[in-house]
Design a protein around this ligand. Structure first.
Ligand SMILES: Cc1ncc(COP(=O)(O)O)c(C=O)c1O
Length: 416
């Protein structure tokens, strides 16, 4: 039975946990950079399912693997071999310079696993007690971070409104001001087993952490034997124009977490790490029922091969550069825009107020352009990697009209 938007919304209000305030659009299909609603109306997507649909919708290569592998084998558990985990791990270790992978189902799970890995590594390498060494168990994370909603990941997520209702969280996390090397040095000591950071913060408003800070975090952790964990769940796998955002700064972390675009929308995350760190793990220490199943891994393999085959990292650099220039030009025309920032096709337009950002995101949707508001005042743009200049032009002309409307009418209302 096909239900109308009203029927779906009413049914959800009755039977789902009220975790989301959804936009009132019911999507039924997608193709390329476009989504289509229940009336067949077309929307240009500059969010890609929050940074997931890097190849857009209904990509023929993905469709083929889903159909063929879906008919062969979807799930087998990690008690048996299948054809794709090793192949996918080989690809991921090659592009990241890491040695080993562990597959899970989401970004949050990759973070939980990485935190466990940091503690396991510290225990294996920095014995406590008899030699008088201090226990290493603390994690340094950054202000404005977002790493997920489970207890460990949430403990490393700085946003108070996400944390407070669920405290006490996992103990041992301290927050460092992003980009503040002095604060990092002050808080880093021999009790720290890991620094966890997003090289480009996503939910926190698209903030690149910067080369100097990242390099200092690398040096501190290397000297002390703590781990540097790069959360590349949102910024990794090509979104910034390189496979990993860390690579822009010549920094090689000990652990990289990935997820979002990895399997084109099927749930798949991964922890990538070195042989040295992997030595702290043995059978039974960590695991998952669903993680790394044959369907998700076969699709992920195809995603990586398509990114390579179609030269999409280079394309991201080019189209991302064009988008950035067009948005900078837009800033010259609108006093509401405070800043344009980001890398590749992970860009942000920061506005002067939360009301302006709320208005802009809602008006864009009315005009069938999907963008996202994050960190109250930031319009976040995470389009599929396959966008072209014509899509950017439509986004920018829509934003131009919407911000013009805000400046003519909304601002006055806000002032009342
Ligand atoms: C940087 C980062 N880390 C972790 C997560 C959590 O990932 P997931 O929602 O797949 O559990 C997200 C999700 O937005 C993220 O952006």
């Amino acid at each position: 039975m096909t239900m109308s938007l009203e029927q779906v919304a009413r049914a959800e209000a009755e039977v789902l946990l009220p975790t989301y305030e959804r936009n009132r659009v019911l999507f039924r299909t997608g193709r390329g950079c476009y989504l289509y609603d229940d009336h067949g109306e077309r929307y240009l997507d500059f969010l890609s399912g929050i940074g997931v649909n890097a190849l857009g919708y209904n990509h023929p290569a993905v469709r083929k693997v889903v159909r063929e592998q879906g008919a062969r084998l979807i799930h087998i558990s990690n008690l048996f071999y299948h054809d794709y985990q090793a192949q996918l791990a080989r690809k991921l270790t090659r592009i990241s310079g890491m040695d080993r992978a562990f597959f899970c189902n989401s970004g949050t799970e990759a973070i939980e696993g990485a935190l466990k890995l940091a503690r396991a590594y510290a225990r294996a390498h920095h014995a406590t007690g008899s030699n008088g060494a201090k226990p290493r168990w603390r994690v340094l994370a950054l202000e404005n971070s977002f790493h997920g909603r489970t207890y460990g990941a949430l403990a490393a997520t700085s946003t108070r409104k996400y944390r407070e209702p669920f405290e006490p969280l996992m103990p041992g996390v301290r927050f460092v001001r992003s980009g503040d090397i002095h604060d990092l040095e002050r808080k880093f000591d021999a009790s720290v087993c890991a620094i966890l950071l997003e090289p480009v913060q996503g939910e926190g408003g698209v903030n690149p952490v910067g080369g100097e800070f990242l390099q200092r975090a690398r040096a501190l952790t290397r000297e002390s034997g703590a781990l540097l964990i790069a959360d590349e769940i949102q910024c990794g796998l090509g979104r910034t124009g390189r496979w990993f955002a860390c690579q822009h700064y010549g920094v090689k972390p000990d652990v990289i977490t990935i997820a979002k675009p990895l399997a084109a929308g099927l749930p798949l995350g991964a922890i990538l790490t070195s042989n040295a760190v992997a030595g702290a793990i043995h059978p039974g220490l960590h695991g998952t029922t669903f993680g790394g199943g044959p369907l998700a891994c076969a699709v992920a393999l195809e995603v990586i091969e398509t990114l390579e085959r179609d030269g999409l990292l280079k394309h991201v650099k080019q189209v991302g550069g064009y988008m950035r220039r067009q948005l900078e030009a837009l800033k010259q025309r609108h006093s509401t825009i405070r800043e344009v920032r980001g890398m590749g096709v992970m860009l942000a337009v920061e506005l002067g107020s939360a009301d302006a950002a709320k208005f802009a995101a809602a008006e864009c949707l009315k005009r069938h352009v999907i963008i996202n508001r994050t960190h109250d005042v930031v319009l976040r743009l995470l389009p599929p990697f396959i966008i072209e200049a014509k899509h950017v032009d439509l986004l920018v002309s829509t934003l131009d009209a919407v911000l013009g409307q805000w400046e003519a009418t909304g601002k006055q209302k806000e002032g009342r």
